[in-house]
Ligand binder design. Structure first.
Ligand SMILES: Cc1ncc(COP(=O)(O)O)c(C=O)c1O
Length: 380
């Protein structure tokens, strides 16, 4: 049985160097050795976020960092604007509701992106909004939001700018300082290509002022506690961290920096462009508006008469390529190709061969090889 190629929007294939790093002996998380690795890893994290501010690792998945971002900076009863154009925008909204925040939704049709103008207009009409949340890369729809341009708008308002880069950091352009992002969060298992289970967060001075202005109602994710432990010598985390995942993040971030952020982002954009062209070459339709389609995940409409179980079951069981399905109301209606992490033409050739052969086998297309031909042309 061939090894399954993960073409998911997370978890992604983990580099053997990272797996080897993880197998090192576990050390005391309250000792100097762990302090050293934690310092190095959080410094690397800040480099990847492109911020002069400190970053914090949280043992938990990306959602933990999403919750930390909101629960520490927006007090219960304060007003917050959440851009909702997919499952993860909805999640920010649900988290804010769970923490007693007065939420307002800026609803965007799934498959399209919010515009800076929409944010500007909403903030002008609602001067009491304390923070806004935006998903940079809406993984459920394959859409990238214009976080750089929104950042320009946000400079004119006091509201905090909270951005989820869980499925974009290390794959698309994210510059926390330049874009004026106040709180930025990410996860380990997507473009950073580490195993799942660790998340990261960084906060601006303005965001820390908000943190200090009230007592958060989260205990495990209390950022005041994270800051206090992080400021110790040697630095620590408030509760026992996953030591092995810290090693993994350390190695994964080194790999990112060795490739160089610009090169890595360019590689992801190339894979996205090649994937979009190959989807079209197969005669399939994109789900997302192509003008705002993601650099890390391509969402494709399921061809008429093809079931999700037959399609993804065959690509996985017969051709060893694991693709993602749709979520919520998109279940069965779309499939998603994650091209994040260690992705190049090799993985895309295998993926489009599997898609072409499967769809031909199911009688949905005539030419099984058009996708592969298109990928080779894109990479020539
Ligand atoms: C954009 C985005 N935000 C948040 C999350 C949640 O991350 P996790 O599943 O690691 O909790 C995901 C996961 O797919 C995501 O794609």
């Amino acid at each position: 049985m061939d090894e399954i190629l993960l073409m998911l929007p997370g978890p992604t294939t983990v580099d053997p160097r990272v797996l080897t790093a993880m197998s090192k002996a576990v050390v005391n998380h309250r000792g100097a050795k762990y302090g050293e690795i934690l310092t190095e890893t959080t410094e690397l994290m800040s480099k990847v976020f492109q911020t002069p501010n400190k970053s914090y690792l949280l043992t938990g998945s990306g959602t933990a960092a999403m919750e930390a971002a909101i629960a520490n900076t927006v007090a219960p009863g304060e007003k917050m604007l959440n851009v909702v154009g997919g499952k993860f925008g909805e999640r920010f909204m649900k988290i804010a509701n769970a923490h007693g925040i007065d939420t307002q939704e800026l609803s965007i049709e799934w498959g399209t992106a919010v515009t800076p103008k929409q944010i500007e207009e909403t903030l002008d009409e609602n001067e009491d909004i304390k923070a806004i949340s935006v998903i940079h890369n809406e993984t459920s729809t394959g859409v990238a939001a214009p976080i750089k341009e929104i950042g320009k708008v946000m400079k004119n308002y006091d509201a905090l700018y909270i951005v989820d880069t869980v499925s974009s950091l290390g794959g698309d352009e994210v510059n926390v300082e330049k874009f004026g992002i106040d709180v930025c969060v990410t996860g380990s298992q997507k473009c950073l290509a580490a195993p799942p289970g660790m998340a990261a967060i960084t906060l601006s001075d303005e965001a820390w002022k908000a943190v200090d202005s009230f007592d958060t109602n989260t205990f495990y994710l209390d950022m005041k506690a994270a800051r206090k432990s992080g400021d110790k010598t040697p630095p620590e985390t408030p509760y026992t961290p996953s030591v092995s995942l810290t090693y993994a993040m350390n190695e994964a971030l080194k790999i990112v920096m060795e490739e160089g952020l610009e090169n890595r982002v360019a590689r992801h954009h190339k894979a996205a462009k090649a994937s979009v062209a190959a989807v079209k070459a197969l005669g399939l339709e994109l789900f997302a508006d192509e003008k705002v389609s993601s650099a890390t995940v391509t969402a494709v409409k399921m061809p008429e008469g093809v079931s999700d179980a037959d399609f993804r079951g065959t690509t996985r069981d017969k051709y060893s390529v694991e693709l993602a399905g749709g979520q919520d109301h998109l279940k069965g209606n779309i499939f998603r190709i994650g091209h994040m992490g260690c992705i190049s033409y090799k993985e895309l050739v295998q993926t489009f061969a599997a898609i072409g052969m499967t769809l031909k086998g199911l009688g949905a297309i005539e030419d099984a090889s058009a996708g592969v031909a298109s990928i080779t042309e894109s990479y020539l």
